[in-house]
Design a protein around this ligand. Structure first.
Ligand code: PGA
Length: 250
C-alpha cells in the first residue's frame, strides 16, 4: 500500500519536521508499505536532498511555469532537484485557490517533463441523489489525462478525496461501501483511458479524514491501493498507529 502524508501547512518548524521524518523512516524500515511525505516546500528541501531512506518525498503542488522571471514560483524541475519523486496535483485546497481542470492538466505535463510521478487529486463537493457526482469525477479524471501519452496515463496515481470528508473526523469520512463503489467507478474510468493491461496496475488512493479509527475498515473492504492522509499525518503517534494498522492488514 501507499501511504501519502500531506502535511499541508500544518508543519512550520524544523524540529517538528525532523521528528516526523525520523518517525516515518523508522516505520518504513519495518513496513512493506511505501511512505511518501509531502512537506511544505522549504522543509521538503531540507530533508529530501540526498535522501537514501525508504521514505520518498512529494511536492504538495508545482508551479505552472517552466522557470524564468517568476518570483515566488516553485517549479517541478526545482522540486525534482530538491529530491521529490512525486507531486500532488489538483488538491481541492489548490483548486479552491484557482486551479481549474485545465490548469491541473498543464501541471501534469510539467510534472512528467521532470520525471516526477503525479498524484492527481479528484473529489466532488457533495453527493446528490441522482449520481451527478460520478460525472464530476469522470470529468476531472478525463480532462487531466487527455493530453498525456499512454505511458504517462498509466503512471498517474489517482487520489479520491471527496471535499465533504476532508479535515473532519473518522465518523465523517466515507464509509467502506461507498468507497468500494467509488474505487470501482474510478477504475472503470481509468480502464477507458489507460491502454490495455496497464489500467489494472493504476493506483487509486483515498483521502479525507483517514484516522486510526477508520483506516482498517476502509482498507479491508475496498480495493484502494493506499491513503492520502492530512491532519493525522502530522501527529507522530497517530501516524505510527496508521502505518501499523495497515501493516497488520496487508
Ligand atoms: P485530512 O486531509 O486527512 O485532514 O482530511 C486529507 C487531504 O486533504 O489530503
Amino acid at each position: 500500500m501507499l501511504i501519502v502524508a500531506n502535511w499541508k501547512a500544518y508543519v512550520e518548524d524544523f524540529a517538528k519536521a525532523k521528528k516526523l521524518v525520523a518517525t516515518s523512516k523508522r516505520l518504513a524500515l519495518k513496513s512493506r508499505d511505501t511512505i511518501i511525505l509531502a512537506p511544505p516546500a522549504p522543509l521538503m528541501g531540507a530533508f529530501a536532498a540526498n535522501n537514501k531512506s525508504r521514505v520518498a518525498f512529494a511536492a504538495q503542488d508545482v508551479s505552472l511555469t517552466t522557470g524564468g522571471a517568476k518570483t515566488g514560483e516553485a517549479t517541478a524541475a526545482a522540486f525534482a532537484a530538491a529530491g521529490a519523486s512525486y507531486a500532488l496535483i489538483g488538491h481541492s485546497e489548490r483548486r479552491a485557490a484557482g486551479d481549474t481542470n485545465a490548469l491541473v492538466t498543464e501541471k501534469l505535463t510539467r510534472v512528467f517533463a521532470h520525471g516526477l510521478i503525479p498524484i492527481l487529486c479528484v473529489g466532488e463537493h457533495e453527493r446528490d441523489g441522482d449520481g451527478r457526482y460520478l460525472a464530476f469525477i469522470r470529468e476531472e479524471i478525463t480532462t487531466a489525462l487527455a493530453p498525456l501519452t499512454p505511458k504517462e496515463r498509466a503512471k498517474v496515481i489517482v487520489a479520491y478525496e471527496p471535499l465533504w470528508a476532508i479535515g473532519k473526523t473518522a465518523d465523517a469520512a466515507i464509509g467502506p461501501n461507498d468507497l468500494a463503489e467509488m474505487t470501482l467507478y474510478i477504475r472503470k474510468v481509468l480502464a477507458e483511458l489507460v491502454p490495455g493491461k496497464s489500467a489494472s496496475h493504476s493506483l487509486v488512493l483515498y483521502g479525507g479524514s483517514v484516522e486510526p479509527g477508520n483506516i482498517r475498515a476502509l482498507a479491508a473492504s475496498t480495493s484502494v491501493d493506499g491513503f492520502l492522509i492530512g491532519h493525522a499525518s502530522v501527529d507522530p503517534v497517530a501516524f505510527s498507529i496508521l502505518v501499523k494498522q495497515l501493516e497488520r492488514q496487508s
